[in-house]
Design a protein around this ligand. Structure first.
Ligand SMILES: *Cc1c(COP(=O)(O)O)cnc(C)c1O
Length: 223
């Protein structure tokens, strides 16, 4: 068996059955992705639209592609025909663009709002009050071609497990707040995307439903 297949089987043996694995394939080749595909895996995540589109075109059409990285409004049109879930919605403007492009493609696109839980200045995302402003807005209520499935968050890059745990717990708390206030009746609002190669076990302990794992499946990235 290949190293990638080995890594995959080890990881899925440790993941609880209810947790969805998004295999993060950014910078990885079509052949590497196919090694995982041939193990039966179908959910892949990319962080750049310009990398996602050629992979979508080259690879089997039953792959479910997730957009996990910061997304500029002017790139939405390229991925709107096929993207399965956008994890990284961080503004009303972006959400409006996704809605518009989804309508053009006669689709409803699933989205997560990215909520800011880390204390590093470099990470994208909304704070809870900004997310609530979106849900309260008239414009949001009029959007028919997006469906909000939950929240996504990234913890601070640190060895301090307690800190990471606290940040994921915060995301869980924010999720509950939003759920109660705006999605109480909506069973589709049910996803918490948190956890990467180094912290997925902590994230699952704090209620993650979706982990985004790259390097521990495919090996370290060059860049
Ligand atoms: C790259 C990336 C990941 C995966 O990171 P690994 O540490 O390689 O598992 C997860 N989420 C986002 C948003 C990423 O950009």
């Amino acid at each position: 068996m290949s190293q990638i297949a080995d890594n995959y089987h080890e990881l899925i043996s440790e993941l609880p059955a209810h947790v969805i694995l998004v295999a993060v394939s950014k910078t990885k080749t079509d052949n590497e992705i196919m090694e995982l595909y041939n193990c039966g895996h179908r959910i892949f995540g990319e962080s750049k639209a310009q990398e996602l589109v050629p992979k979508y075109e080259a690879l089997p059409k039953d792959i479910q592609w997730h957009m996990i990285g910061h997304l500029q409004s002017n790139k939405v049109k390229y991925i709107a025909p096929f993207v399965k879930l956008i994890h990284s919605v961080d503004s009303l403007k972006l959400l409006k663009t996704i809605n518009k492009e989804a309508l053009k493609n006669d689709r409803v696109i699933d989205c997560l709002l990215q909520v800011y839980i880390a204390d590093e200045g470099t990470k994208f995302g909304l704070d809870l009050s900004e997310a609530m402003d979106i849900f309260e807005s008239e414009e949001f209520r009029k959007m028919k071609n997006i469906r909000i499935r939950g929240l996504m968050g990234m913890a601070t890059f640190t060895d301090d497990e307690q800190k990471i745990r606290k940040e994921f717990r915060q995301l869980r708390f924010d999720f509950n707040t939003v759920k109660k206030k705006y999605f109480r009746e909506d069973d589709n609002f049910n996803q918490r995307s948190m956890g990467m190669s180094d912290d997925w076990a902590i994230a699952i302990g704090e209620g993650s439903t979706m982990v985004r794992v790259g390097s521990s499946l495919f090996g370290k990235r060059e860049v």
